[in-house]
Design a protein around this ligand. Structure first.
Ligand code: GLU
Length: 445
């Protein structure tokens, strides 16, 4: 990073004390932008970086709710409406005890560039709560969601701000949130939420989209380097929606996934993960991975955090931020891993990314590799706006075309700026440039 960018970043740190994930995400983006500011000095003059690092609006609110025993709980709700240059604020809601303002801001900041890369008309936002859904009954989840949206509804709308899911928020939660929104506003405004159920405005492929997209992205990177997915051994961390459907697409393309994980354990199944069983436990049910081993004793449970020490060709971190550190990256490189595609948001630490890049591992950063989820959300919005619904095949084709487009944009941009195959640089510059051009056109707003 050059001196001028260092100063911009120090100011961001000073303005946002204690928000370490936000500092990390802004540093990563700023680290790529030197060459584009040289080429387009007007972006520096217009203070584009400083403007983009400051959310347009941040909403923080109390979420009171009662558990099944009648005990009162207070959580904190967030919605950071980061940037609407390209479209309505768009991004998921995360319900997890680790959620803080800094986490939501890192996610919202990433979302701006990710959404820009899709080429679709969506701005960037993110929200959530430090509510822990683990062990809560269905009724408790419903009461929490209703309380959450009773406060947030006034800020939402299909042309304003469109939430979706993220960690801890899936189809069930979107149902409760949308149901309460519909009740309060007296409007059947499907385009205000994405990730809806198929009977009530949801889109085919949205559930699969992030995982499938991360695999399409690694497939594109491999093709560009004269390689294929078929026959590869893969590690996919996590066991939520992103991980499960990444494993499914890898299997469809002829690769074998030998491990996935939850917060308690790593599941190692050297014969290849039994997708039917995994889906039964994790998609249809709400089980832990330990239940898998009870049903399939040839598989083993290893300690949490050990997944990256299993030899593989391809690694797809699909769990959460900073789950893959420098040491993990070194181990992956030593074991012959040739490509990494980030299904989660910022799962690799900055040091880990540097190890991959130095070793010449193809590295697809989250804002490019996991953009398939939000891209398919934008396709869901299109279907809602035209009161239409598309077939699985057509929607999946749109998704794979979008992922190929993102890949090519990153590759071409990296080449334009003299860093061939640097997908981090390509993604950051291409995303930034699209938003910066729109913001330039709008004047100082
Ligand atoms: N939470 C997802 C993401 O990180 C999806 C957001 C959306 O569909 O709006 O991109």
């Amino acid at each position: 990073m050059n001196k001028r960018l260092e100063e911009v970043w120090s100011e961001i740190v000073r303005m946002n004390p204690g928000e370490s994930e936000f500092h990390q995400a802004t540093k990563e983006v700023l680290g790529s932008l030197g060459p584009v500011l040289e080429k387009n000095p007007e972006f520096a003059r217009l203070k584009m970086l400083q403007r983009m690092a400051e959310p347009e609006r941040q909403i923080i609110f109390r979420v009171p709710w009662q558990d099944d025993r009648g005990e009162v709980h207070i959580n904190r709700g967030y919605r950071v409406e980061f940037n609407s240059a390209l479209g309505p604020y768009k991004g998921g809601l995360r319900f997890h005890p680790s959620v803080t303002l800094g986490v939501i801001k890192f996610l919202g900041f990433e979302q701006i560039f990710k959404n820009a890369l899709t080429g679709l008309p969506i701005g960037g936002g993110k929200g959530g709560s430090n509510f822990d859904p683990k062990g809560k009954s269905d009724d408790e989840i419903m009461r929490f969601c209703q309380s959450f949206i009773t406060e947030l509804y006034r800020h939402l709308g299909e042309h304003t701000d469109v939430p979706a899911g993220d960690i801890g928020v899936g189809g069930r939660e979107i149902g409760y949130l949308f149901g309460q929104y519909k009740r309060i506003t007296n409007r059947w405004e499907a385009g205000t939420f994405t990730g809806k159920g198929l009977d009530w405005g949801g889109a085919l492929v949205r559930t699969e989209a992030t995982g499938y997209g991360a695999v399409f992205f690694i497939q594109e990177m491999l093709h560009a380097a004269g390689e294929v997915v078929e026959g590869k051994t893969c590690l996919v961390s996590g066991s939520g929606n992103v991980a499960v459907f990444a494993i499914e697409k890898l299997e469809q393309l002829g690769a074998k996934t030998v491990a996935c994980s939850d917060s308690d354990n790593v599941l190692h199944d050297p014969d290849g993960i039994d997708l039917e069983l995994l889906k039964e436990l994790k998609v249809d049910g709400r089980e832990r991975l330990s239940a898998y081993v009870e049903r399939r004793p040839t598989a083993k449970l290893l300690p949490a955090g050990s997944i990256w020490s299993i030899p593989c060709d391809l690694a797809l971190p699909c769990a959460t931020q900073n789950e893959l550190n420098e040491q993990d990256a070194r181990t992956l490189v030593k074991n012959g891993c040739i490509a990494v595609s980030e299904g989660a948001n910022m799962p690799s630490t900055a040091e880990a990314v540097a190890v991959f890049q130095e070793a010449g591992v193809l590295f697809g950063p989250g804002k490019a590799a996991n953009a398939g989820g939000v891209a398919t959300s934008a396709l869901e919005m299109q279907q809602n706006a035209s009161r239409d619904s598309w077939s699985f095949e057509y929607t999946e084709k749109r998704l794979s075309d979008i992922m190929a487009g993102i890949h090519d944009t990153c590759l071409e941009t990296a080449e334009e700026f003299g860093s061939p195959r640097d997908y981090v640089l390509g993604a950051n510059i291409a995303g930034f440039r699209r938003v910066a051009r729109a913001m330039t056109a709008y004047g100082l707003v």
